[in-house]
Design a binder for this molecule. Structure first.
Ligand code: HPA
Length: 266
């Protein structure tokens, strides 16, 4: 239960409040090192926070400041494919909301379905397709579960991010992300079908977290770091090692972009 996690946090960081929450996906963990005045809580100390078994996901909640804002950073996320539970991130996201976060920024690694955007590229999400059709809201028995997903990805936050990207000379594409369960990568036939559906990038995360953020009333900004072309679109061999290796170039740009964005916040 998240109030238990909030109690643990309150003992370590009395009266700490956050403006913005961040969920750092694969290969973006180092971003947490930029946080000033850090207070670090390992997920093991926080009831309901599950450690991801995937390499590159540290499993720490980092509290502190970035730019002028107070942040709560989830350094590592558990994925649906680890246990088949779409609600595995419910307590961490609820806790960020409980700490005061009005906005949630998410990053992920993704495969590109856009021939013109290759590894190292960045795409801000304008919308998603929940291809898994799973939900972290299964089992909630109140009408609050019927969440409106129109405008789930906040247009204003996206505009602000684009302005920062333009200032830095970083190409920021915009598009629709589809959530695939994984952990296997897609087949070339699946990628062809998804391209036909108008999808721009594919990945194995983020969508359940976005549904939860909207359930709790937080604004969402999400960015994909492109690590590869969708299966069958190039002759790269897909693997987790390949994803992590390709993340490096994108992570450097994404780190600069997010720091500029947070710096620009009032
Ligand atoms: N498919 C799904 N998830 C991914 C990919 C991909 O091609 N690349 C990085 N995460």
């Amino acid at each position: 239960m998240s109030h238990v996690a909030l109690d643990v946090i309150a003992r370590r960081a009395p009266s700490f409040r956050a403006d913005i929450g961040l969920v750092l996906g694969s290969g973006m963990g180092e971003f947490a090192e930029k946080v000033r005045d850090q207070i670090v809580l390992p997920y093991a100390d926080l009831p309901g926070f599950e450690q991801s078994g995937v390499s590159g996901h540290a499993g720490r909640l980092v509290l502190g400041r970035l730019g002028k804002v107070s942040v709560a950073v989830l350094q590592g996320r558990i994925h649906y494919y680890e246990r088949g539970d779409a609600a595995a991130m419910k307590t961490p996201i609820e806790t960020l909301h409980g700490l005061g976060c009005e906005s949630l920024i998410l990053t992920n690694a993704a495969g590109s379905l856009m021939p013109e955007v290759g590894p190292g590229g960045l795409m801000v999400l304008s919308d998603h397709v929940n291809y898994v059709q799973g939900s972290p809201l299964f089992g909630i028995a109140t009408n609050k579960r019927f969440v409106d997903m129109v405008g789930a990805y906040d247009a204003d936050l996206r505009r602000q991010l684009k302005a920062c990207a333009d200032k830095l000379g970083i190409a920021l594409h915009e598009g629709v992300y589809a959530w695939l369960a994984g952990p296997q990568f897609e087949t070339p036939a699946e990628i062809r079908a998804l391209r036909g559906l108008g999808i721009n990038a594919v990945g194995m995360s983020t969508v359940p977290d976005v549904i939860l953020a909207r359930y709790f009333g937080m604004k969402v900004l999400a960015v994909s770091a492109i690590t590869n072309m969708g299966a069958g679109m190039s002759d790269e061999q897909l693997s987790h090692e390949h994803t992590m290796a390709q993340m490096a170039a994108a992570a450097e740009k994404l780190t600069r972009l997010l720091l500029a964005f947070l710096d620009s916040q009032p």
